[in-house]
Ligand binder design. Structure first.
Ligand SMILES: *Cc1c(COP(=O)(O)O)cnc(C)c1O
Length: 252
């Protein structure tokens, strides 16, 4: 870890926070309503130590293997981990070992697997339900029209603390289409919130990444997941991380 790296990370974070605050101002929102979740995929554990020194205490990762390895490396630091990508049912045990939050719940099978592991560990997990707002076959997440029934089934899993919804917008230079995804998630949340079972909170909307977080904040995001704007460009193209965006590489 170098001093320069720590300073750079701090500067980039300050800049992202400033842009969040400006987007909030445009939307008449308070900046405290928006949580910045730094996304650390491909960022080496040593750089995460610099990020910690720069003031970051929570990290988001989309691949369980990579997240687990880093969590182990940084076990001496008081940091928390969010899993923000698709999780295979057989990885539930691994996730429960170190994750504090899971943002990509999209099946009852996975809910069951997580519940069983959480009960065994005597702990709970904050979860967000992932919604496919772009209707792209390549994206994970529930179809918007399936979310109401899904939420009704979740109170059966008492270790899952449901906090809200998460989405990935369409990858498109057309900001109108990107914004439509964010708006779809907020409208869905607003529509479902009152009808949701009492144990299910739908306060959180996790949407927006480096390229589109300002639009997401203007559309109501309470969590933005930002990687490259903080840690710099990733060495591998996004097709490596998201299925269907070119290479066809699926999850772990
Ligand atoms: C990588 C990733 C992000 C962050 O993307 P950046 O372009 O680095 O900001 C956000 N959400 C998910 C699910 C991701 O996998």
């Amino acid at each position: 870890m170098t001093k320069t790296d720590e300073l750079l990370i701090r500067q980039h974070c300050d800049e992202v926070r400033r842009r969040i605050a400006q987007a909030c101002a445009r939307a008449g929102r308070a900046p405290e309503e928006v949580r910045l979740l730094p996304v650390t995929k491909t960022v080496a554990a040593e750089r995460l130590r610099a990020a910690f020194v720069a003031g970051l205490t929570e990290f988001g990762e989309n691949k369980i293997q990579e997240a687990d390895a880093k969590a182990e490396h940084l076990a001496d630091l008081p940091v928390t981990w969010s899993i923000i990508g698709h999780l295979q049912t057989n990885k539930a045990k691994q996730a429960v070992r170190f994750a504090r939050e899971f943002q990509a719940l999209d099946s009852l099978r996975l809910a069951e697997a997580l519940e069983r592991r959480l009960q065994g560990a005597g702990r709970g997990l904050d979860v967000l339900v992932q919604v496919n707002t772009s209707a792209e076959a390549s994206k994970f997440g529930l179809a918007p029209e399936a979310v109401a029934d899904f939420l009704r089934a979740l109170p059966a899993f008492s270790a899952l603390r449901v906090r809200g919804l998460m989405t990935l917008a369409v990858f498109d230079p057309d900001t109108v289409r990107v914004r439509a995804c964010f708006r779809r998630l907020r409208v869905l949340r607003d529509r479902l919130r009152d009808a949701a079972p009492p144990a299910i909170a739908l306060d959180e909307l996790s949407m927006g990444m480096s390229g589109d977080f300002e639009a997401a904040v203007e559309e109501g995001a309470t969590v933005v997941r930002v990687g490259q704007a903080i840690f710099g460009a990733r060495p591998l193209p996004d097709s490596h991380y998201w299925p269907g965006e070119g290479s066809g590489v699926a999850d772990q």
